[in-house]
Design a protein around this ligand. Structure first.
Ligand SMILES: Cc1cc2nc3c(=O)[nH]c(=O)nc-3n(C[C@H](O)[C@H](O)[C@H](O)COP(=O)(O)O)c2cc1C
Length: 304
């Protein structure tokens, strides 16, 4: 048998393999230029961008926990105009699909962001961040009616594949996923971080400048996997699964649960070689188990 086929058509985005980098963990690409061969990646999801630049939260913004990271970046970003002007020209020559993640607090803000981006050159898709836990009160991902209205407003204006990123801060993640599919999402991305906190017992102060933050990494993997499995059983649109993918076997678990693509985030901070290792590991698994293509393992879970 020859080499297995790793290519994935994810909601119209042609990827050389199913591996993406998760929003917020790869900056605008250039931070990793020296460390990572971006041509090994299936797609790059940029850190969430807002209409206007944002300074984000006060430091410290990241703290290590026994099985992951707590972060409270607070959507620090350069704003959509600077992204288009300063970052996209370099990114579009990388030869790897670029997905722009957008964040907003009102429907109008999201609509304006889409208007800026839908005709910008070099973008393969939009990820709608409904789940940033660090700004506002109730997040859109917790309100299916509001999320549905938002999708109705932007779907008409967006000619790019629209991936909706969900938050785990809900009682039933399938409800919001179903609404997003019904209102025109092309794909679902899950999950974002879980809310968390750390306290310094000597100073008796919260460790993070923002008091609370979002937990990511190995600690959340079983929770993420269950949510991906739940969502994949109710929607027909493709899913990108993430949350604690540290090695190839984690990525394969997400694919067996039904994810058509996988994103890596926290693992990049400790091991930038992780991308090549995971892609190689997936290829080895396909060969060892007699699969001709990666699509054959998607949702191929025995006994569920
Ligand atoms: C430092 C940091 C910044 C993040 N920023 C964003 C962001 O801007 N937008 C977003 O949708 N998710 C953001 N995330 C969440 C990740 O995209 C991902 O959903 C989460 O980290 C789970 O994957 P992981 O366990 O592999 O890191 C961020 C995560 C980290 C660790």
């Amino acid at each position: 048998m020859g080499k297995p086929d790793l290519t994935v058509n994810f909601a119209g985005i042609k990827m050389r393999n199913p591996l993406m980098v998760a929003s917020g963990t790869f900056g605008y690409g250039e931070e990793y230029e020296e460390l990572v061969d971006v041509k090994k990646l299936g797609a790059i999801v940029l850190k969430s961008v807002t209409l206007k630049p944002r300074q984000g939260n006060p430091p410290p913004r990241i703290v290590e926990t026994p099985a992951g990271l707590l972060n409270a970046i607070g959507l620090h970003n350069i704003g959509v105009s600077a992204l288009i002007r300063e970052k996209l020209p370099g990114l579009r020559n990388l030869g790897t699909p670029i997905i722009v993640s957008i964040g907003g607090e009102t429907v109008e803000e999201f609509v304006e962001l889409i208007e800026f981006l839908t005709d910008a050159e070099g973008i393969s898709g939009i990820e709608l961040n409904l789940s940033c836990p660090n700004i506002g009160k109730r997040i859109l991902a917790q309100d299916p009616a509001a999320a549905g209205k938002l999708l109705e407003s932007i779907r008409k204006k967006c000619r790019l594949p629209l991936i909706v990123k969900l938050s785990p801060q809900v009682t039933d993640i399938t409800e919001i996923a179903g609404t997003c599919e019904e209102k025109g999402a092309d794909a679902i991305s899950l999950i974002n971080s879980f809310p968390g906190m750390a306290i310094d017992i000597e100073t008796r102060k919260p460790v993070l400048g923002n008091t609370t933050g979002g937990l990511t990494g190995p600690a959340i993997k079983p929770l993420a996997l269950k949510m991906v499995w739940d969502v994949c059983r109710v929607v027909k649109i493709p899913v990108v699964g993430m949350g604690g993918v540290m090695r190839a076997s984690d990525a394969i678990e997400f694919m067996l649960a039904g994810a058509k693509a996988i994103a890596v985030g926290t693992a990049l901070f400790s091991n930038p070689d992780i991308i090549e290792e995971i892609v190689q590991g997936i290829e080895d698994y396909l060969v060892q188990n007699g699969f001709a293509s990666v699509s054959q393992i998607v949702g191929n879970l025995d006994g569920s």
